[in-house]
Design a protein around this ligand. Structure first.
Ligand code: TXA
Ligand code: MG
Length: 322
C-alpha cells in the first residue's frame, strides 16, 4: 500500500469511511486511526501495529457531548471532561453496546478522549463515527510526535498521514477512572494528578499492580516506549563509570554531560522546564537510538506535574524490562 502524507482532511475522511487507516495529529502523540465502530477497521489497527489483541484502544470523539453515545459517565467524570476536554485526558468509563467488543479488547469499559488538535477535530466533525486510535508506532516502540516518525514505523501499512506538525505536548494522555471517592490513575500523562484533585476534590491513587497476562491497562506493561539500544536510568555520573570504553548517549534534564570523553550529551531542557523536556523526550529518544551508541543513559526527573509521566515512560523504556 502507498502511504501518502498531506493536510487534506476530506481525503483523510474518505479513507476512513472506506475502513482504511489514517494517522492523525493530536496534541499528545500521533494516533493510528480507524472507524471505532467497524470491526474491519479496528482489526486493521491491531494488525498494522502488531498490537496484542488484549490491549484495548482509545475512542476519540469530537466533543464532550459525544461521550454519552458510547459510555455511561458519572457526574465527576463529566466534571473532568467539561473542564479538560479537548485536552490530554482520557476517561475510562462503563461502555455502551454501541462500541464493538474488539475496540475495547472485550472489556466492559471504554477509554474516551477529545484530542486537542484543529485538523483532527475538523476530521472528527466531518465523520459520523468516532475514531479508535492507539499511538501510531509499531507496538512497543517509541510513540511518534511528528508525521515523519509515523512514516518511519508504518510506511506502506496505512493509507494516509494527516500532517498536523509536531505534537504540542509530546507525551500520551493521562488515563483516569473515577472509582468511588477516588480517581485511579491508569497512566500518567499530559494532565497531572494534582490537576485532577483540584478539579474534583478526589484523591488520586495508582491502581493495584496488574497481572502481566491480563493487564487492566496494558500501557502499564513494562516493555513499552523502548529504544532498540539498551537504556538505563539512575545517577548518570555513576552509571558512566560502568561503561569504560563504550560509546554512551546521555539524555538528561537540564545538565550537560558533554565534558565526559565517551559521552554524547542530549539535554532536554537547559532551563529546567518539564513541559519542554516532555515535548522533546520521544523525538530525542528516536534520534539517540539512531546513533550507534552501545548504551543510552538517563536520569530520574523531578516527580511533579508532567515529570511523573516522563519518569513513567523512561522507567518502562529501560533494558532490564525487556
Ligand atoms: O494520548 C493518547 O492517549 C494517544 C493519542 C493518539 O490519543 N493514544 C494512546 O493510545 O496513547 P495507546 O493505545 O498507545 O495507549 C492507550 C492506553 C493503553 O495502555 C491501553 O491499554 C489503555 O489505554 N486502554 C485503552 N482502553 C482501555 C480500557 N477499556 N481499559 C483499560 N485500559 C485501556
Ligand atoms: Mg502507545
Amino acid at each position: 500500500m502507498f502511504t501518502e502524507t498531506g493536510v487534506d482532511v476530506k481525503k483523510a475522511a474518505e479513507f476512513l469511511r472506506k475502513n482504511e487507516l489514517v494517522a492523525i495529529p493530536t496534541e499528545t502523540v500521533y494516533g493510528l486511526a480507524g472507524n471505532a465502530l467497524s470491526e474491519t477497521a479496528v482489526a486493521k489497527i491491531y494488525a498494522a501495529k502488531n498490537r496484542p489483541a488484549f490491549n484495548p484502544l482509545i475512542l476519540h470523539v469530537s466533543g464532550v457531548d459525544q461521550i454519552e453515545q458510547y459510555a455511561t459517565a458519572d457526574p465527576q467524570s463529566m466534571q473532568i471532561a467539561r473542564t479538560l476536554m479537548p485536552g490530554p485526558i482520557t476517561l475510562l468509563l462503563p461502555k455502551k453496546f454501541t462500541v464493538p467488543d474488539i475496540t475495547t479488547a472485550g472489556s466492559g469499559k471504554v477509554a474516551i478522549r477529545v484530542p486537542d488538535h484543529p485538523l483532527t477535530l475538523e476530521l472528527l466533525k466531518e465523520l459520523d463515527f468516532p475514531l479508535a486510535a492507539p499511538s501510531a508506532n509499531p507496538s512497543g516502540y517509541i510513540s511518534p510526535t511528528t508525521a515523519a516518525h509515523v512514516q518511519e514505523g508504518l510506511n506502506g501499512k496505512i493509507a494516509y498521514i494527516l500532517d498536523g506538525g509536531p505534537a504540542n505536548i509530546g507525551l500520551e494522555s493521562t488515563i483516569c477512572e473515577v472509582s468511588g471517592n477516588q480517581i485511579l490513575l491508569h497512566r500518567a500523562g499530559g494532565v497531572s494528578a494534582e490537576a485532577l484533585t483540584a478539579i474534583t476534590g478526589l484523591e488520586v491513587v495508582l491502581p493495584e499492580t496488574k497481572q502481566p497476562h491480563a493487564p487492566h491497562s496494558p500501557g502499564q506493561l513494562k516493555s513499552h516506549y523502548a529504544p532498540h539500544t539498551p537504556l538505563f536510568r539512575g545517577n548518570i555520573e555513576q552509571l558512566i563509570n560502568h561503561y569504560p570504553g563504550k560509546k554512551i548517549g546521555v539524555i538528561s534534564f537540564s545538565k550537560s554531560y558533554a565534558n565526559q570523553p565517551q559521552v554524547s550529551s542530549y539535554v532536554l531542557s537547559p532551563t529546567g522546564n518539564l513541559a519542554e523536556a516532555a515535548n522533546r523526550l520521544f523525538a530525542t529518544l528516536r534520534e539517540v537510538d539512531a546513533q550507534a551508541f552501545d548504551v543510552i543513559l538517563t536520569e530520574v526527573f523531578p516527580e511533579e506535574g508532567i515529570g511523573s509521566a516522563i519518569n513513567d515512560r523512561l522507567d518502562r523504556a529501560q533494558f532490564l524490562h525487556k
